[in-house]
Write a protein that binds this ligand. Structure first.
Ligand SMILES: Cc1cc2nc3c(=O)[nH]c(=O)nc-3n(C[C@H](O)[C@H](O)[C@H](O)COP(=O)(O)O)c2cc1C
Length: 253
C-alpha cells in the first residue's frame, strides 16, 4: 500500500497541513504502508494557461509544460499510489491557490473531445484514470471554528469524486488551528485538550486507510470534532448570543 499526500500549503513543511499529514502518516506507518508527502510549495507548478494545445490532434493529452516543470513527476508518483491525500489549508473559504493550480493541470491529461458518462451518470470527457480516479482523502485545516469556512472545499471534492470516478475514502476537517497553536504550542493544547483526541483520531485514520482502505465515519467525526471546551458547543454555536460570549472570551485570551 502506498499513500501519497499532496500538501497544498504555501508554508510547505513549516505549516499545520504538514503537521496533520505527519499524524496521518504515523498511523499508516504503524500498519506498514509506504508514504510520501509531495510539498507543492517546493516544486515548480505552472498555471494552466488554457492554450488548448493538449486538445489538438498532434499534442493530445500532452501539456506544453510537460518537460518544463514538476507536474509530470507528481503525476507519475500518483500513478504508483493506492491512495491520494489532497491536503489543503483554507484560503478565503476555498482550497489554497497552489492546490487549485495543481488540480487544474489534471485537465490536460484527458481528451476533452471524447465524451463519456461517469459512474455517477454525469456527462464528462475522457480523463487519465490512473491519475484522476485514485481513491482519495481530503484533509482540510483552517483557523476559524465555523464549519462554513470549509464548506466549499468539502463540496468541491464531492463533485471531484463524482466526475473523476474517484472514490472519496475520507474527509478530515481540522478547525480552530490558531487556537490550538498548530501542534506547536503545548500550552494551548492544555487549554483545548480535545485537540489531542483529534490528533489520535487522525493517526487512527492513517491506520484505517491501510487496513480497510477508508476512514470510518466515527474516526472522521472524532478527528474533525470541535475542540472548544464547552459542553454541547457544536449545538450552542448556532446561537448568536452564545457566539457573542465566546467572542468576548477569545478577546481576553
Ligand atoms: C491567504 C490566507 C487566507 C486564509 N483564509 C482563511 C479562511 O477563509 N478561513 C479560515 O478559517 N482560515 C483562513 N486562513 C488560515 C489558514 O487556513 C490556517 O492558518 C491554516 O492552518 C494554514 O495552514 P498551513 O499552516 O499549513 O499553511 C487563511 C490563511 C491565509 C494565508
Amino acid at each position: 500500500m502506498k499513500i501519497i499526500a499532496i500538501n497544498g500549503s504555501h508554508r510547505g513543511t513549516k505549516g499545520y497541513t504538514h503537521f496533520l499529514i505527519e499524524k496521518l502518516f504515523e498511523g499508516a506507518k504503524k500498519e506498514g504502508a509506504d508514504r510520501e508527502e509531495i510539498t507543492l510549495g517546493k516544486l515548480k507548478i505552472n498555471i494552466c494557461k488554457g492554450c488548448g494545445v493538449c486538445n489538438t490532434e498532434k499534442h493530445l493529452s500532452k501539456c506544453v509544460y510537460e518537460e518544463k516543470d514538476d507536474v509530470a513527476i507528481i503525476f507519475n508518483k500518483m500513478r504508483e499510489a493506492d491512495i491520494i491525500v489532497y491536503a489543503t489549508p483554507i484560503y478565503v473559504f476555498n482550497m489554497s491557490g497552489l492546490m487549485k493550480v495543481f488540480i487544474d493541470r489534471m485537465n490536460a491529461t484527458g481528451n476533452s473531445g471524447d465524451f463519456k458518462l461517469s459512474k455517477s451518470g454525469l456527462f464528462f470527457h475522457h480523463i487519465s484514470k490512473d491519475i484522476c480516479s485514485k481513491p482519495f482523502v481530503t484533509l482540510i485545516c483552517h483557523d476559524n471554528f465555523e464549519n462554513e469556512s470549509s464548506k466549499n472545499v468539502v463540496s468541491y471534492f464531492r463533485t471531484f469524486s463524482k466526475f473523476m470516478d474517484a472514490p472519496q475514502v475520507g474527509t478530515i476537517i481540522r478547525r480552530s488551528g490558531k487556537l490550538t497553536g498548530y501542534g506547536k504550542d503545548p500550552g494551548k493544547e492544555k487549554q483545548y485538550l480535545k485537540i489531542l483526541k483529534s490528533y489520535k483520531a487522525i493517526e487512527l485514520a492513517g491506520k484505517e486507510l491501510v487496513i480497510k482502505g477508508k476512514i470510518s465515519k466515527r474516526t472522521e467525526k472524532t478527528a474533525s470534532q470541535d475542540i472548544i471546551p464547552v459542553p454541547f458547543f457544536s449545538i450552542l454555536k448556532n446561537f448568536t448570543g452564545f457566539k457573542k460570549k465566546i467572542l468576548e472570551k477569545l478577546k481576553t485570551e
